[in-house]
Design a protein around this ligand. Structure first.
Ligand code: KG4
Ligand code: ZN
Length: 340
């Protein structure tokens, strides 16, 4: 089966072509530079950029895959959650394309696709569903922080999520306080690598409570007060590195602690992680150490598949269609629930 998949939920315009679990093409056009000027994603600009870029990105994906429109057997697009108008650009383009080639169309839940991205590997990216294990999955991005129990393929229940800011948002907001460019996560990560995480002890809210939720808004406030009291730190590269390392540890530790605790509680033998924050070197290292100590299998999405991409949408869509999923109707909601 050959699936053309579209992802336009936030600030990445992406089109992939999937054939039998392999991404023949996965073209991603990022809008990061445009939004950086405003210090965050501007929904209206994101929508316009998707409208401008979707056709060239789709043509490039078909070219890379060496296929023509009539060779496509099914079309998929991210249905939600995401920026409503941005989603509609990709969703309606996908429906129209499916109509024109008289092939089925399926809408895909963005988070469900993230859950399966750790099971895609290599060049070209290939789905490894044969290796699938029930797992606890962490989805950490600029918009989401979710802990999900994946009991079987396409069987999941959300255990917890952030009650305020997402982990990526916390990286970006604390980085902004340090004067780093948007998105600050990767910059903070780079500086943290040169610092000592034990220098400052920032709060880890909710880390030891009984639930599976997270809270990140307090950390940003602590960093703001800390900088108000110690503005001189910003003039010392070594002290900035120590501060970054300490902030990063305060973001990463609750994620790793709750992920591993949920795995032990539910008895799964595997944990996975995806979403932009999974690129963070401190998180990757802490997960590797935690899983080794607790004898858990760890599957991290490859960095290029951590961030939003259409390959994860298309691979899940193909899997669903092969398992007999019904076509998504025109009346489908753009904010699908987990029960869809
Ligand atoms: O998944 P993603 O590309 O987009 C959504 O938010 O949906 O994630 C972007 C987020 C941003 O907050 C960015 O700062 C963060 O992922 N991020 C990182 C790193 N790379 C990306 N955060 C910490 N360390 C990184 N290396
Ligand atoms: Zn995402």
């Amino acid at each position: 089966m050959r699936v053309l998949a579209i992802e336009t939920s936030c600030d990445e315009t992406s089109v992939a072509v999937i054939a039998d679990g392999v991404a023949l093409a996965n073209v991603v056009s990022t809008q990061i530079k445009m939004h950086a000027e405003y210090g965050g994603v501007v929904p209206e600009l994101a929508t316009r950029e998707h409208a401008r870029n979707l056709l060239p990105v789709a043509r490039e994906a078909l070219r890379q895959a060496g296929l023509a429109a009539e060779n496509i057997d099914a079309v998929a697009a991210t249905q939600g959650p995401g920026l409503p108008n941005a989603l509609l650009i990709g969703f309606h383009a996908g429906q129209s394309f499916a109509l024109s080639i008289e092939k089925p169309f399926i809408g895909i839940h963005h988070h469900e696709a993230h859950l399966y991205s750790p099971w895609i590997r290599g060049t070209p990216p290939r789905a490894e569903f044969e290796a699938f294990e029930p797992n606890i999955s962490l989805i950490v991005s600029g918009g989401h922080t979710l802990l999900v129990h994946v009991k079987g393929e396409q069987q999941h229940s959300v255990l917890g999520g952030t009650i305020d800011d997402a982990a990526g948002e916390c990286f970006d907001k604390t980085a902004k306080l340090l004067g780093l460019p948007y998105p600050g996560g990767p910059h903070l990560d780079r500086l943290a690598a040169k610092g000592n995480p034990a220098t400052h002890s920032f709060p880890r809210p909710m880390m030891h409570d009984a639930g599976d939720d997270f809270s990140y808004s307090g950390l940003k406030t602590s960093v703001r007060y800390f900088l108000q009291n110690h503005p001189e730190i910003l003039n010392d590269a070594g002290k900035v590195a120590d501060l970054c390392a300490s902030v990063q540890a305060a973001i990463v530790e609750p994620l790793v602690h709750k992920l591993i605790r949920a795995a032990k509680r539910t008895g799964v033998k595997c944990v996975t992680a995806s979403g932009g924050v999974t690129c963070n070197s401190g998180l990757r290292r802490a997960l590797e150490e935690g899983c080794r100590r607790n004898r858990l299998q760890l599957r991290l999405a490859e960095p290029k598949l951590c961030t939003d991409n259409a390959a994860m949408i298309g691979i899940l869509a193909e899997r669903k269609l092969l398992r007999g999923a019904a076509e998504t109707t025109v009346s489908a909601e753009i904010y699908p629930s987990w029960d869809l």
